[in-house]
Ligand binder design. Structure first.
Ligand SMILES: [Zn+2]
Length: 403
């Protein structure tokens, strides 16, 4: 679907790339090391490796497979749901949901296997892909009530442009909304339980002290983990108005507390395996994989499909950290035992860093920049990681490749 975008009015403080704030200092280790079990390098922010050279995410996968008493966790889940289940059929759980394979499964199970009455809550992608919109509609029509939150399109485009230029990640405004909107709905409608999918901090490698947390603390976690230390207010210095950042913010903490909102992770109670979620959702909510085959930059067909800007998030991660979409996909499929490390290495070498050209023109139009400007931004981030890149025969290549 083609959208006719207005030109972005430049009354927000447009910044020349040479002068952009240098806020994102990742302090990446200068020596690149890859995990011995998966394919993730030590460049992923917050990941750590143990003395055997194995990453926290791989250790967590082992813990999931052998260290967790899932029957006990099931009892905990039932207890939690019993506490919240409504008797009159009114909403008793919020499920943040994109219509993707993972959230669809959580909502389906809560409703059909645990007798809950979920309200699914969706924060709109920047621009739906056709398959993303179809999956979202199929999901709703398989029996769910849904609230779709769509922010002011023009503000969202400007914020997306700014975060692309300054953070090297066009996703940041989406992440604000995806995290905040369910909390806003839970607070306003007094539906205190929010059930998220997996805990990204433990699944993909973060703080190893939190492997046994069943949920997260709204007050402390939001900024640190999801907002890269930069809340929505940050953008006001670039001319975004206070009233315009409201949809991106969570309600005042005292209101959230008064409503008794608690955020839980389904992945704490149930073993989280994306591939199984795919099979499950294909059957139950008519989820379909990418009709064009694999997504650009990876070999996978069923993850992160719904937004036309997805590819640029992964591409910039490749530039900044040397971690492209295939690395991310292969790493967790190795951990889940679906592919071997050797297969993973081969897939990463083949697909990682492939440019997302399918939606390139739309993306440029969406954030209102030229192709030249796009590459200027990309190069500014490549310069920020000189230990990763070198030019050979006029072409940029990663100095260190997984092997
Ligand atoms: Zn690993």
């Amino acid at each position: 679907m083609d959208i006719e975008f207005e030109n972005i009015p430049l009354d927000f403080k447009d910044i020349p790339i040479e002068k952009k704030d240098n806020i994102k200092k990742y302090n990446l280790p200068r020596k690149v090391v890859f995990c011995k079990k998966c394919v993730i390098p030590n460049q992923r922010p917050r990941i750590t490796f143990d003395k055997d050279g194995v990453c926290t995410a791989c250790r967590f996968a082992e813990y999931k497979a052998k260290g967790i008493d899932w029957e006990k966790r099931e009892i905990e889940l039932i207890k939690l749901l019993d506490k919240h289940r409504s008797k009159d059929g009114s909403y008793d759980v919020i499920v943040p949901c994109s219509g993707g394979k993972d959230s669809s499964r959580v909502a389906y199970e809560l409703k059909n296997n645990y007798g809950m009455h979920p309200l699914t809550v969706t924060w709109a992608p920047h621009m739906h892909t056709d398959v993303g919109w179809k999956n979202f509609q199929n999901f709703i029509h398989s029996g769910f009530n849904n609230v779709l939150g769509t922010p002011n399109g023009l503000v969202h485009r400007i914020m997306t442009r700014l975060s692309f230029e300054i953070l090297g990640d066009p996703f940041q405004p989406f992440i604000y909304g995806a995290k905040s909107f369910p909390i806003t709905i839970a607070t306003r409608f007094k539906i205190p339980l929010i059930m998220y999918g997996e805990d990204g901090e433990v699944e993909y490698g973060g703080d190893k002290k939190i492997v046994d947390r069943s949920g997260h603390n709204i007050t402390n976690d939001m900024e640190k983990h999801y907002f890269s230390g930069l809340g929505p207010e940050f953008w006001m210095k670039y001319g975004i108005k206070e009233e315009d950042i409201l949809p991106y913010k969570i309600p005042p903490i005292n209101e959230i507390k008064r409503a008794g909102v608690e955020c839980r992770f389904w992945g704490y109670y149930k073993k989280w395996t994306p591939q199984e979620n795919y099979y499950f959702s294909s059957e139950k909510t008519r989820f379909t994989a990418n009709p064009y085959g694999r997504s650009e930059g990876t070999y996978s067909k069923y993850a992160s499909l719904d937004d036309q800007t997805d590819g640029f998030h992964f591409y910039l991660s490749y530039i900044k950290f040397g971690i492209g979409r295939a690395t991310a996909d292969a790493a967790h499929e190795i951990r889940d035992g679906h592919i071997t490390r050797e297969e993973g290495v081969r897939l990463v070498r083949k697909f990682d860093g492939e440019f997302p050209k399918k939606y390139f023109k739309t993306f440029l139009k969406y954030i209102g920049i030229t192709e030249e400007h796009f590459w200027k931004v990309v190069e500014s981030f490549r310069e920020g990681s000189p230990h990763l890149w070198e030019k050979r025969n006029g072409e940029w290549i990663l100095k260190h490749q997984v092997s």
